[in-house]
Design a protein around this ligand. Sequence first.
Ligand SMILES: Cc1cc2nc3c(=O)[nH]c(=O)nc-3n(C[C@H](O)[C@H](O)[C@H](O)COP(=O)(O)OP(=O)(O)OC[C@H]3O[C@@H](n4cnc5c(N)ncnc54)[C@H](O)[C@@H]3O)c2cc1C
Length: 459
Amino acid sequence: MSDIDQVLASGLCVGCGGCAFAAGGRMTLDLHGFFTPELPADAANEALSTACPFLAPELDEDALADHFLPASRQRDQKLGKYDAVFAAHVAEASFRRDGSSGGMGSWMACELLRRGQIDGVIHARPVARKGTEDPFFRYGISRSCDEITQAAHSHYHVVEISQVLTEVRRRPGRYLFIGVPCMVKALRRAQLRDPEIAARIVYTMGLVCGHLKSVHWALSLGWGAGVHPAEIESITFRVKSENVAAKAYYFGIRKRGDGGLRVQDSAPLTGGKFNLGAMMPEACNYCDDVTAETADLTIGDAWLPRYAFDWRGKNMVVSRHPELTALIEDAARAGRVTLEPMTAREAADAQAGGFRQRREGLHYRLTRRRARGFWTPEKRALADMIPPGRLRAWIYDLRAAVARQSQTAFRRALDHDDLRLYDRAMAGPFKRLRRVELFAAAARIASMRLRALVSRRRS
Ligand SMILES: Cc1cc2nc3c(=O)[nH]c(=O)nc-3n(C[C@H](O)[C@H](O)[C@H](O)COP(=O)(O)OP(=O)(O)OC[C@H]3O[C@@H](n4cnc5c(N)ncnc54)[C@H](O)[C@@H]3O)c2cc1C
């Protein structure tokens, strides 16, 4: 079995499209709404292995960051290399209102275009759908600020890079690439192999990532909101409003032919709470990169108590490129962007849940997989990859189980044209996971308070 076949057979393909681009194959959607490669039979094993983010461990995030981010001098065990860390939001125009968080993603893309430093932006863009299970978003190229802002927001949805990189090969230019950590890693590997891609993609922007979702997650939310999958025209995740907390996940759904946007909280819907892990690819369980460590600049949400009540959104920004740091600082001096100091520790704290899942959770899953004798991708040995306690281990087991069960239950619902099959099958597993999570959170907070009390008494 070739290395890539091993990844596919283990169900650990994230569907990034790196291998399809390297070998001249193509990506198609599978029965569960995940991208999967169709590769030529004679594709060279070495090319496929160095393309796949789950193979060739010598090209891990640390090695790629050392190669691509030489000017970034500081290193944090959670954020990777960095030059500067900020909390930020855009003060000018409507970027903040129109974005998921502080609007820095679309602003940065427009700013590089306005300054003539790029000719286009490669990012997930909404696409017209014909079939019921067609994707809602694909990688595409925006060449104006209008096009960039039309694609704003977080697209919690699988995408793949092979098609758009083929387009980049066809059309010379300088591009900014935006993506979640595994996509940026796959792109970096393509840059190592392909001088044209290396020369044309001049900047990369990473999105902090909890995990990806299949196309079916969007269908499940729309259906839960009363729009049948065959009638869903489009979806917008993270719709903001004054009455909605920054951390709430409201989404907007458009039904074919009726134009209006129905806005709804995803939390009460089956699997609608993002962090429960419904319809997450199994590959996300074997990723250790939360903050897109190989990207020139990473943006996410500044999930810190001091920003939690600001519904307008606040980004955390990790710059690994001194020129981009200077660009943001210049804009702040001109009052176009608002910056606040943030330490690397605070940025990591803002993603504490993601780091627990990807570090102690990953340690647990890797150990279990190896013990069962399954093929296991080789990951970095990171200092915070420590074994979890029993309660956390239980949560990781439940999470992995709901991710798998939700896929098959929703497939059944589609096949029988009956959403109740999904709701009924998943209500119990999601409720159990939620209860255990709440119990663990309460125990964690109590233990933190106790430790604080003891240390106050001692001092
Ligand atoms: C799958 C996923 C998981 C995430 N998980 C977390 C998390 O756990 N913690 C956290 O802090 N932040 C997470 N984010 C990032 C966060 O949701 C915001 O996207 C980010 O903070 C940018 O907000 P903004 O207002 O600055 O960007 P905006 O101005 O809204 O611009 C966002 C830009 O990113 C592009 N984009 C959005 N989704 C994708 C995608 N899937 N692939 C490629 N390009 C895309 C858009 O096209 C747009 O150009 C996640 C994003 C995604 C897509």
